[in-house]
Write a protein that binds this ligand. Sequence first.
Ligand code: NAD
Length: 478
Amino acid sequence: MMTHMHRIGGRPVASDDVITVVNPSDGLALGRIARGGAREVDQAVHAAQSAMQDGWGDMEAVDRGRILARLAELIRRDAESLAATESLDVGKPMSLARGDVAACARYFEYYAGAADKLHGETIPYRSGHTVLTVYEPHGVVGVIVPWNYPLQMTGRAVAPALAMGNAVVLKPAEDTSLTALALADLAREAGLPDGALNVVTGYGTEAGDALIHHSGIMHISFTGSPEVGRLVQQAASERTIPVTLELGGKSPQIVFDDADMELAGNTILKAIVQNAGQTCSAGSRMIVEDAAYDRVVSDMARRFAAVRVGPGDQDLDSGPVVNARQMERVKGYIDLARRDGLPVLAQGQIVANASDGGYFVPPTLIGEVPPDHPLAQQEIFGPVLVAIRAMDEADALRIANATDYGLAAGIWTSDLGRALRIARSIDSGQVFINNYGAGGGIELPFGGVKASGFGREKGFAALYGFATLKTITIQHGA
Ligand code: NAD
């Protein structure tokens, strides 16, 4: 069985220990990754610092962009093998994995074009002075990504970080590190200088902890759970360095009686079933206006019952969840619904030939759920949609805002005035009106409010997070 090594300073580096990688579709081992810790993180930070000093830090923005553009092309060249690896490692259907690879390539393509376009300003000031501002990289940045969309999350953070001229130490999730290692090799082939992108694999409490506390890290980009997000923020506060935190959500889909239900139903189903519900911006609360509640909920029940779940290579509507712990966690929420007498309205089908060892959870619709119940408040991170009744527009908005989270929101109505009123009042980083892009749209600034985190990724906005603004004031006389 193959052991995958870290990528540090452009070279494969081994560790004394390894972690077994498991295929979520059958629960069997499919390889091993190196189990890095403080020593490997320290090596990686030094390699990144050397890259900054040895040319990467001085490289012209247009040349950085060209390397990223070449990387985008290499990702496309290897799309099928990257998708196959991602599908095996995460358990996701091949079609979804292909979409993830395409999105990853788009991140590098988008930020390749953006690398030489973040301009400073000149600022009117006292006579005899000229003031200008310049964006500069932080230096060495730490990137920690979760296991749900490994290639997409990596591209989302690493591409803008490199475009701004930072060097990166990446810690992928221990369950799903394989495509990050492949990406590092492609980056080298694209001409990225050694040390500009380092990948240290390992557990969060070991490699991750060492990374967030390392004195050479000048910025941390973290995507994952709120609990670990708080640890990242605490570690960053000890050294007063900036962080970007993307911590998930409990995103509402608000459906009114006048909505196009065919469009809404299809989209709401896909947004929660996609990737077995393991999407930070999955619309996991369906808040339905009283007048439409029974009709909408029975329509959704019909749709849920038709969903088919199975191994990634069968390319069905959904695959397994990522590991046994997540499977128990999600099933625990479905059990809680039953214990509390909440109706389980419909469940999708796990195909008969799915392995007993796979981590399969049937997509599940539960309703009517009281807005303050844990199922309506906590991020389940599985294919579970809760239906909640709202009496009117004001009630729908109140319920939508009554969670700790605020990442994305969907509004379904043909009344544009109502849609805009809600869009402006809702606690959410992104709002979709009569559409919903769970995880999609690399051009669209993305990030949370409240417990969903802060800082913006995607789009041009992400570049500002990976840069610091310097103001230069020159006195030259009138
Ligand atoms: P997690 O936050 O523990 O893991 C995310 C990443 O952080 C992984 O790379 C992990 O190794 C690393 N990490 C873990 N502990 C760390 C530490 N002490 N210091 C530094 N890095 C550390 O997430 P999880 O345990 O894999 O999942 C738990 C829950 O988090 C999920 O059920 C879900 O609710 C949420 N989650 C959210 C997202 C998202 O995109 N917002 C993604 C994954 C998980």
